[in-house]
Design a protein around this ligand. Structure first.
Ligand code: NAP
Length: 249
């Protein structure tokens, strides 16, 4: 049976802004119970003010202590949780001609974008697999398929999430937990880039991503892509090389 998109209890990491918040809005509208987490208290408060039905939890998903603490809080208060959306992520420019300067002064994309998703999945599988219908939804990126070289670590973490999600889906095939991957192209209305970006033909909005996710869950579309990502995920190696040249010149 396909996933129901109503009456679930859903945890969205990084749910106070951008794609995470758009997903929270869509899921609340559909009658789901939604919990979001993030690091900044002001952003969580703002999200709660805009969407009072939300439950919020301050948590840095890259910190083991915070992950364990959030898990215990969920076990106590929302033991019916049946969907984990691994969405929290950051994006950094890293220039390797500067040696380790950029790499070390920035936040750790491997810890936040990759390790946290893997550890949260492992932590929540036992809880999720007790539910009749459950899902893990990992947010990767079109840049996991074609790297944008100014974001080398980011692109690599997203490629790793694609690979990990395939393995996780296969390992959990005999359980009640379905594993989805969301593969957005550039999304123009989020905080990821730290500066507004143009609403061009090759970009989509966070609400378009949310809409595609709801449809993808309903239709058992395990790799949910939209905009240019739709083409990238089924491109040949030659097509990917051409795209690589186009986006990196
Ligand atoms: N925007 C795009 O063009 C695009 C394209 C493809 C994929 N994506 C992916 O979509 C996801 C959401 O990004 P977005 O574009 O919506 O950006 P965003 O508006 O910056 O949202 C990212 C969210 O993650 C939270 N977060 C970051 N680090 C965290 C941590 N260590 N622990 C807990 N929460 C953390 C942030 O809140 P705090 O800072 O308060 O913690 C924020 O709410 C990311 O995985 C991103 O890679 C985005």
């Amino acid at each position: 049976m396909n996933m129901q998109v109503r009456k679930n209890t859903i945890l969205i990491t990084g749910g106070s802004t951008g794609i995470g918040f758009a997903l929270a809005e869509s899921f609340v509208k559909l009658g789901n119970r939604v919990i979001i987490c993030g690091r900044r208290a002001d952003r969580l408060e703002d999200a709660k003010r805009r969407l009072p039905a939300l439950s919020v939890k301050q948590c840095d998903v890259s910190k083991e202590y915070d992950r364990k603490n959030m898990y215990a809080w969920i076990e106590e208060n929302f033991k019916e949780l049946n969907v984990l959306v691994n969405n929290a992520g950051i994006q950094r420019r890293v220039d390797f001609t500067k040696g380790t300067d950029d790499l070390l002064k920035n936040e750790d994309e491997i810890e936040i974008n990759l390790k946290a998703q893997i550890y949260l999945a492992a932590q929540f599988v036992p809880m999720l697999s007790k539910q009749k219908d459950a899902a893990i939804v990992n947010v990767s990126s079109g840049l996991g398929f074609v790297p944008l070289t100014i974001f080398p670590i980011y692109s690599a973490t997203k490629a790793a999430i694609h690979s990990f999600t395939m393995s996780l889906r296969y390992q959990l095939r005999g359980t009640s937990v379905k594993v989805f991957e969301v593969i957005p192209p550039t999304v123009y209305d989020t905080e990821l880039k730290g500066e507004p970006i143009e609403n061009a033909a090759w970009t989509v909005s966070s609400s378009e991503v949310a809409e595609a996710v709801v449809k993808g869950l309903e239709e058992d579309e395990f790799e949910i892509a939209m905009g240019p990502s739709k083409k990238w995920i089924s491109s040949t190696r030659n097509e990917l090389d051409l795209t690589f040249g186009n986006i990196n010149h």
